[in-house]
Design a protein around this ligand. Structure first.
Ligand code: NAD
Length: 478
């Protein structure tokens, strides 16, 4: 039986006034409805924003340790429900059990991390050049934070916005992605149980163009944190900045792994395979371009094809090597890029076919002979499709790595420390890794991109993740 889920507004679980609902289905078994949700509109969103606004003063002056206690308790409640959350995430979004369990654990850790941080957020005491003067900075919350999140990390991304926003004393209206909203409801439920006052978090489901747009455009919302595609992010930015809101954008990527001639090719293939094909390639930091020195190119192509062909598929609950795409349209988009790449003259070395089974499954694809000007090398595919691009030396490799509009994550596989250092210096990306896959980052370090991948002004995660949700006053007390 599908779950009937509701909006969470001002501490109440409520239907949309539209009376309409939408369904989520299991991408590995699309006939199966997982849950129904309110198909909300601008009026529902407005009520949620008003509730968040009304709760703002009280939550903003709640002592940090109390805010922290609620976040820590929420982390513990989520930990108790880890298996249920993992199952819900697998059934709505399609990740494998291991991938989903890792993501749920990340959300738990985030609540504990910011729970501990909440006591330390007051500001900083400075020494004044004047005698008898206390000089200090005092941090204050912004007010109402509007959070708009994607489906591909449906619990971790909302968690890394919700927890710092609450720790810093903001109230929240969140619109989770329509394909996989269930785990956000579960977080709101855990926050409620942990004692979060009414109105401090509000969850509204519905179309991005209605609910998301209403959040971005509402004058009572003080800040908007968006993660999703570059196209939608730019539209959200335009709407939200019209009345001067603070905006944080985390968007797409076209992430390179540079394999130099000093690399251990087997190790490089392991690294690229994990970065390109993990989470079915549906990661903003997925390695979608392997830029490979011509001396090791053929050997690398052979090794990466071997790994791609060894990946097995299945329902996420059975923990296969690869789960399905999240939806039919995402599957179709990946298949279309396979056709585009073939038309452009790239060589399909393996994969690229839809699987002859129930669900939105595709074989991971490897293309060789890719030119960096091809659409395959320039546009975000958001599926398990790898472009292998030959280069004649390290300098050309870095040039190709940078020759895209995006700049989120980048890695280099090399045995040469000078090359590694040069890569760190020269590559245009917010996350740079040496002998590591492009995906994955610990929660206590800043995350964000350059160029079209990010708004660049504010990072997420770690201490940096708190900066977006606070403003400081400098105080002289003589
Ligand atoms: P999307 O841009 O389609 O949607 C993101 C969110 O915005 C959803 O909640 C959606 O409903 C909402 N939305 C849609 N139209 C809107 C509008 N007009 N106004 C306001 N909100 C609107 O992205 P997606 O398909 O959910 O996620 C995949 C994308 O997210 C990829 O491009 C991926 O690279 C990116 N992503 C980036 C990061 C990062 O940290 N940089 C992390 C994960 C995903």
């Amino acid at each position: 039986m599908p779950d009937d889920r509701l909006n969470y507004v001002n501490g109440e679980w409520t239907e949309s006034h539209t009376g309409e609902t939408f369904e989520t289905t299991d991408p590995a078994s699309p006939e199966e409805v997982v849950a129904t949700y309110p198909q909300s509109d601008a009026e529902d969103t407005e009520q949620a924003i008003e509730a968040a606004d009304a709760a703002s003063d009280d939550w903003g002056t709640t002592p940090g340790p109390e805010r922290g206690r609620i976040l820590t308790e929420t982390g513990s409640l989520l930990a108790q429900r880890k298996d249920d959350l993992t199952e819900l995430l697998v059934r709505e979004e399609g990740k494998t059990w291991s991938e989903a369990a890792g993501e749920v654990q990340r959300a738990i850790d985030i609540f504990h991390y910011y729970g501990a941080k909440a006591s330390d957020l007051g500001g900083t005491v400075k020494s004044s050049s004047a005698r008898n003067t206390n000089l200090y900075t005092k941090n204050e919350p912004l007010g109402v934070a509007g959070l708009i999140t994607p489906w591909n990390y449906p619990i971790a991304i909302p968690a890394w916005k919700i927890a710092p926003a609450l720790a810093a004393g903001n109230t929240i209206v969140i619109k989770p992605a329509t394909l996989a909203p269930g785990v956000v409801h579960e977080m709101a439920s855990a926050l409620e149980e942990a004692g979060l006052p009414d109105g401090v978090i509000n969850v509204v489901t519905g179309p991005g163009s209605t609910v998301g747009d209403a959040i971005a455009g509402h004058s009572a919302v003080d800040a908007v944190s968006f993660t999703g595609s570059t196209q939608v992010g730019n539209a959200v930015y335009d709407t939200a900045t019209e009345d001067g809101k603070r905006v944080q954008l985390e968007m797409g990527g076209k992430n390179p792994t540079l394999v130099t001639d000093s690399a251990d090719v087997e190790e490089a293939a392991d690294i690229v395979s994990a970065g390109a094909f993990g989470v079915t390639g549906q990661a903003c930091t997925a390695a979608s371009r392997a830029i490979v020195h011509e001396d090791v190119y053929d050997e690398f192509v052979e090794a990466i094809v071997e790994r791609a062909e060894a990946i097995d598929h299945g329902h996420g609950l059975d923990d296969p090597g690869m789960g399905p795409h999240v939806s039919e349209s995402e599957l179709e988009s990946t298949l279309e890029y396979v056709d585009i790449a073939e038309d452009e003259g790239a060589t399909l070395e393996c994969g690229g076919n839809e699987l002859d089974r129930e669900g939105y499954f595709v074989e991971p694809a490897v293309f060789s002979d890719v030119d960096n000007d091809m659409r395959l090398a320039q546009e975000e595919v958001f599926g398990p499709v790898l472009a292998v691009i030959p280069v004649s030396d390290f300098d050309e490799g870095v040039e190709v790595a940078n020759d895209v509009d995006f700049g989120l994550s980048a890695s280099v596989v090399t045995d040469d420390h000078t090359e590694a250092n040069r890569f760190v210096e020269e590559v245009e990306a917010g996350v740079v890794k040496i002998n590591e896959k492009t995906t994955g980052l610990e929660l206590h370090v800043p995350f964000g991109g350059m160029k079209d991948s990010s708004s660049e002004t504010y990072r997420e995660q770690g201490d940096a993740g708190l900066d977006f949700y606070q403003i400081s006053k400098t105080v002289y007390d003589n």
